[in-house]
Design a protein around this ligand. Structure first.
Ligand code: ZN
Length: 423
């Protein structure tokens, strides 16, 4: 069954990210692109007041072209703000200015974004590109876990941010092995060894705690720490309370892993699957693994590639549709102006380029130029097709191994089928 709420969340995130990428690519010829951030509690008439001031200030701009462009942008924003009595629930960000389109072409463009989270700043800025940092921060992963793997010889730590494992660093110990050298007293050797182990654990605890506590907005975002290693080392480490108390009380669990170097981190995340259930990383990993398993079985239930997926969607044969969040493609309809011949195509989008830039095509029937009738993002288009047959849609990020494979090896479009179709 489809899970609309979660699907919508991933989709919104994808849309938002894509919009920011598009804005990022836009350039003005001078300092004439306006970024305006309005928090939810700001009065619109205060904003329009300031904009009128800025309009007056434009008289000081030396370049006539820049002056005209800034004034046009301000006028355009003012006319749009008329429709708002108050800012929307999360405030709004307005990006407006004359965009260079290459050659001698330019165009006045205005984009209004209602952000997914409340804006907490008011900002008016005029620059040669748009200021997007406050919105980009909203895309940052909110939930962070600390990862720590250890035995008596070495330890390694890092973070789990959404889907991504970020290795940080580790230490190795000089704890002597269990075999004592001849001539040493057993009791003395044992005691020295325990001291060395205690020192090593203390070092791990301090260093890992320092790294975890330094995480930005620790109290809001740091959801817990996972500890991996052989038994009874990890149990001993937990019992000894070597971690800072704020970290110690956030231990999610102890998990058996074989490696205690950098590769132990991903082993740890796999082992902690159940504890992390519900987290996106685990969900997406599981779906990708299901797909890869079907593919290996070679039973015809795994399909990939745009053409194959379209045929299977048509048949209503798709159980789960997997789309990479890295897809930047559009489905367009083009029509011949001369004979009316029309066809659909998929094109790859490049930042800063329009469909017309990318597409230079003539009619197959009469060789007259074709014009673009409609353009829709491919994720949106395929999702709409999928919705018609109650197909579950999963947008898979590319910042974990299996997710990256979806994009690089399968073109970003794959499916698990309800039955085999031969496509
Ligand atoms: Zn034609």
């Amino acid at each position: 069954m489809a899970e609309p709420a979660q699907m919508d969340d991933a989709r919104r995130r994808y849309e938002f990210k894509k919009t920011l990428e598009k804005l990022q690519a836009k350039q003005g010829s001078g300092t004439e692109l306006i970024s305006l951030y309005i928090p939810p509690d700001k009065q619109i008439h205060d904003v329009t007041g300031q904009l009128r001031d800025e309009f007056g200030q434009c008289a000081n701009i030396k370049s006539k072209q820049t002056r005209t462009n800034v004034q046009s942008a301000i006028s355009s924003i003012l006319s749009r703000l008329k429709y708002y009595k108050n800012p929307p629930e999360n405030g709004m960000a307005v990006f407006c200015g004359t965009i260079q389109l290459g050659g001698d072409r330019s165009d006045l463009e205005c984009t209004i974004i209602e952000p997914p989270e409340p804006l907490n700043l008011y900002m008016y800025r005029c620059s040669s590109n748009f200021e997007l940092e406050p919105l980009k921060e909203m895309l940052e992963e909110k939930n962070v876990y600390g990862l720590l793997v250890l035995d008596r010889r070495e330890a390694y730590w890092g973070f789990l941010r959404g889907n991504r494992i970020e290795p940080i660093g580790g230490v190795t110990s000089t704890v002597p092995g269990k075999q004592r050298k001849g001539g040493q007293s057993s009791v003395r050797f044992q005691r020295l060894r325990e001291i060395a182990i205690n020192e090593f654990y203390t070092k791990i605890g301090e260093r890992a705690s320092d790294i975890f506590l330094a995480e930005k907005d620790f109290f809001e975002r740091f959801k817990g720490v996972l500890i991996g290693g052989p038994s009874p080392t990890k149990e001993e480490f937990e019992a000894g309370q070597y971690l800072h108390h704020e970290i110690q009380k956030r231990i999610v669990g102890l998990f058996d892993v074989a490696y205690t170097n950098e590769s132990g981190l991903s082993e740890l995340v796999d082992a902690a699957k159940d504890a992390l259930k519900g987290m996106e990383v685990v969900k997406e990993k599981e779906i990708m693994n299901r797909f890869l398993k079907e593919l290996v079985k070679d039973n015809g239930l795994a399909a990939y590639g745009e053409e194959s997926i379209r045929k299977n969607l048509d048949l209503g044969a798709v159980d789960t549709l997997l789309l990479s969040s890295r897809l930047r493609k559009s489905r367009i309809t083009i029509t011949c102006q001369n004979c009316g011949h029309s066809e659909e195509r998929t094109i790859s989008l490049e930042p800063g380029k329009t469909v017309e830039d990318i597409l230079a095509t003539t009619c197959r029937q009469c060789t007259a130029p074709m014009i673009v009738d409609s353009e829709v993002d491919i994720v949106e288009e395929l999702t709409t097709l999928a919705d018609q047959t109650s197909t579950r849609v999963e947008i898979i990020s590319d910042d974990f191994e299996e997710g990256a494979i979806l994009y690089t090896a399968f073109g970003g479009i794959a499916a698990i089928l309800r039955y085999r179709t031969g496509f």
